[in-house]
Design a protein around this ligand. Structure first.
Ligand SMILES: *Cc1c(COP(=O)(O)O)cnc(C)c1O
Length: 375
């Protein structure tokens, strides 16, 4: 059996190596390392894939969130609501821009923002909601949009973990994750579902005016060379990464399917165990399984984590600490009783190897090792 990895990028690369090597070599030979034609081409490819008017490439997913908030004109003191159970980048940029982060609890089954908690957190200062489509499935966007409309709030979708997922509205309309709110953001970090070979990110919007603002902001606030109309940042997707992404994007749906197949295989294997709750997928969304995350009932999670490592099975705790308890984001405003679910999830979740190259033999070994441990 091949060594089990949390994410196997080598095997994935081996399957597209000739095309990637050729595309990268062409960038080297052209020496158009910054803003080369590959960047514009990838932008157009992704706009078409997502069915969105504008894709603004940038340097990483964290920048994408920050620039999106800058582009919307959010200002010091504005409150921005996001989920307590997510990667820190989401809350980091809110704090960095001197906006006021407001963390809310999540749903135990989907791990996504809890809509009642969202409603309770709204104040006259609230300006934006950042739903995170965690682990690969969409948050309840019908409800998020309804709340946003009622209170005149912006919606910024953090789609770093869910690119390619489909959301089905109550009226039957289907849209890609990240194209539903005022603006969406994603990351092309190597281990993300559409990963490049370094850092990368992008912002999506259907709003022409906002797209124009954002395109200048990623490039020092320049709309005309050496004329700086707004304060911007230097955040570009480089041509080498764009060339890699152009090769990988046509494979994204097949990559999602491979992850879904691996998830279904795990689900079958764990169906016999009452102590294991396999991922629950809401009817309004597909799940592209950036992570395959179990909830454990009456199992010593940390002992299982160590046991699996001892057996050569990588696994991870996403996430071990709720954001409201992180030193950087702790705040006297928060009350523990408002974070019951997140506080419980950080003790009971475990994420298993999940990628496009998992083999049934590897999964059989992982399943058997876990079932034996909890028996
Ligand atoms: C990865 C990730 C980001 C940040 O993306 P980077 O490209 O690493 O900056 C933001 N939000 C979420 C939910 C992520 O998983």
């Amino acid at each position: 059996m091949k060594k089990i990895q949390m994410v196997d990028l080598q095997t994935q690369y081996a399957k597209i190596q000739p095309q990637v090597d050729k595309a990268v070599k062409e960038v080297f030979e052209s020496a158009a390392f910054i803003n080369g034609p590959e960047v514009k081409q990838f932008q157009a490819d992704l706009e078409q894939y997502l069915g969105v008017k504008h894709v603004i490439p940038c340097a990483n997913g964290t920048d994408a969130l920050q620039i999106a908030m800058m582009g919307l004109g959010l200002e010091q003191g504005d409150e921005v609501i996001t989920a307590d159970f997510t990667f820190a980048a989401t809350v980091e940029v809110i704090a960095l821009l001197k906006l006021t982060p407001v963390l809310v609890d999540v749903e135990a089954d989907s791990f996504n923002m809890d809509i009642d908690a969202l409603k309770k957190a709204i104040t006259p200062k609230t300006k934006a909601i950042v739903p995170v489509h965690l682990f690969g499935q969409c948050a309840n966007m019908d409800a998020v949009l309804e709340v946003a409309k009622a209170h005149n709030l912006y919606v910024i979708e953090d789609t770093a973990q869910a690119i390619g997922a489909d959301y089905t509205f109550k009226n039957g309309t289907v849209k890609k994750a990240g194209t539903i709110g005022d603006v969406g953001t994603t990351s092309f970090f190597p281990s993300k579902n559409l990963g490049c070979y370094g850092d990368g990110g992008a912002i999506f919007t259907n709003n022409d005016e906002l797209a124009h603002t954002l395109r200048g902001m990623v490039n020092h606030g320049m709309y005309k060379r050496y004329y700086h109309d707004v304060i911007g940042v230097n955040s570009r997707l480089d041509s080498v990464q764009a060339a890699v992404l152009r090769i990988k994007l046509p494979h994204l749906d097949e990559y999602c399917k491979a992850r879904q197949k691996a998830a279904a295989y795990y689900n079958d294997g764990f169906a016999v165990a009452d102590q294991i709750i396999t991922p629950i997928i809401n009817a309004y969304t597909t799940h592209v399984f950036h992570q395959y995350t179990l909830r454990l009932v009456g199992v010593d999670r940390d002992a299982l984590h160590r046991h699996l490592l001892d057996q050569g099975i990588p696994n991870a705790i996403y996430y071990p600490v709720p954001l409201h308890l992180q030193k950087a984001y702790a705040d006297a405003r928060y009350r523990e009783e408002d974070f019951k679910i997140t506080n419980e999830l950080v003790e009971t979740v475990i994420s298993l190897p999940m990628h496009t190259e998992l083999e049934p033999e590897q999964q059989d070994f992982i399943i058997k090792t876990i079932l034996e441990f909890i028996a």
